[in-house]
Design a protein around this ligand. Structure first.
Ligand SMILES: Cc1ncc(C[n+]2csc(CCOP(=O)(O)OP(=O)(O)O)c2C)c(N)n1
Ligand code: SF4
Ligand SMILES: [Mg+2]
Length: 356
């Protein structure tokens, strides 16, 4: 009698698929944060997800990132991504000054500021404007839902004229366009996107991660609880019908070769400081994101038509950022030894002599 066949353990066992790791050998879990407490369907959650994906895919050490925010549902979201990074939850509208101080004290950190339209365009407008003038290198995201979500849905300063609240109240004040302010006052990368457009938002965020200057990204991020009804111009339905992408964006990191060539004429390419390339494929018409006046008029023309222009509205890779203007050394000021931050005795004596 022949021996019964025993099934090999190898043939029946399920082998788990290998875990995906990035170029640092880290899994995506190292880039996640706490579980969100925001409403299910809130646009802000999608922005957090995009940030997790982008930092993971680009292989940036999470501990090289410093997150800043103010107060609002949007300002809570840094808790929900990059749990291994540094963070400071400031007072309402005051993230810019905390970010400025931190990023000057340590230029090696990548700053990510997440604010709301209330946080930036109302109580924090003074801080925002000076951040723009200084072009402090960081990614500054405005999660724009047209309302103060955290305090139950009052109109914010970005609400469009004629848009309505759920109660039927009509907004009769003109909006502040944060992208117009940003272009006019000195930010060097200015973009608008929609939390529902995964591909576009990812390309913008990756470009902002390597950009050597201030990147202001206004993301239309619907508030499903207070501003997603008919009459709102910041709802999912409104954005689905009125989103007007300027171009198809493709970000190619410095460490990747471009695999596919797109026919000439349909493509504009911008090389970024670290050698990464931003490829802008024409959709309708020609758009030059390096032309400041054209960018401003395109935003105004679109607003007049009731459209929301999305994509990279403006990009300047030549202007110095604040730390460069101040001629700071590359090493973090925060950890320089006293011998390097304190002027020598002779220098102080010389100043005293000059004052005598
Ligand atoms: C000094 C101060 N004033 C007012 C408030 C009340 N407050 C909390 S959040 C908020 C607005 C939040 O709106 P936004 O920044 O648009 O964030 P969202 O909740 O919509 O994401 C206000 C007015 C506060 N917390 N602190
Ligand atoms: S109230 Fe609005 S902004 Fe706040 S978490 Fe809910 S959906 Fe998001
Ligand atoms: Mg808001």
């Amino acid at each position: 009698m022949s021996a019964p066949t025993v099934p090999s353990p190898m043939s029946t066992a399920t082998v788990p698929p290998p875990k995906k790791v990035n170029r640092l050998g880290l899994e995506v879990i190292s880039y996640r944060g706490a579980r969100t407490t925001l409403c299910a369907g809130c646009g802000h959650n999608s922005v957090s997800e995009r940030l997790v994906e982008c930092f993971f895919e680009m292989g940036i050490p999470p501990w090289q990132v410093a997150k800043f925010s103010g107060i609002g549902c949007s300002s809570k979201s840094p808790a929900y991504f990059l749990g291994l990074s540094h963070g400071f939850n400031a007072v309402h509208g005051r993230a810019p000054s905390v970010a400025t101080g931190t990023l000057l004290a340590n230029q090696r950190l990548i700053g990510v500021t997440v604010t709301g339209d209330g946080d930036t365009a109302s109580i924090g407008i003074g801080q925002f404007i000076h951040l723009l003038r200084r072009n402090v290198r960081q990614i500054y995201i405005i999660e724009n839902n047209g309302v103060y979500g955290l305090t139950k849905g009052q109109f914010s300063a970005t609400a469009d004229i004629g848009s309505t609240l759920k109660t039927g109240v009509v907004n009769d004040l003109p909006p502040i366009d944060c992208c117009v302010e940003a272009i006019q006052l000195g930010a060097t990368l200015v973009a608008r996107s929609f939390s529902g457009d995964k591909r576009q938002l990812q390309a913008i965020l990756k470009t902002a991660i390597v950009h050597q200057g201030l990147s202001v990204i206004d993301v239309i991020s619907p508030c499903v609880t207070f501003n997603d009804h008919e009459g709102s111009t910041k709802s999912y339905a409104y954005m689905k019908d009125h989103d007007q992408p300027l171009h198809e964006l493709d970000f190619v990191p410095a460490y990747h070769e471009i695999a596919v060539d797109i026919e000439e004429g349909a493509l504009r390419e911008v090389t970024l400081h670290d050698g990464s390339r931003l490829r802008l494929k024409k959709l309708a018409g020609d758009y030059d994101p390096t032309d400041k006046l054209r960018a401003l008029s395109a935003i105004h023309e679109a607003a007049r038509r009731g459209e929301v222009l999305t994509g990279i509205l403006y990009l300047d890779t030549s202007r110095k950022h604040f730390a460069q203007l101040l001629n700071l050394v590359d090493e973090p000021l925060a950890t320089l030894p006293e011998s390097r931050v304190r002027p020598p005795r002779e220098a102080l004596d010389q100043i005293m002599d000059e004052l005598r």
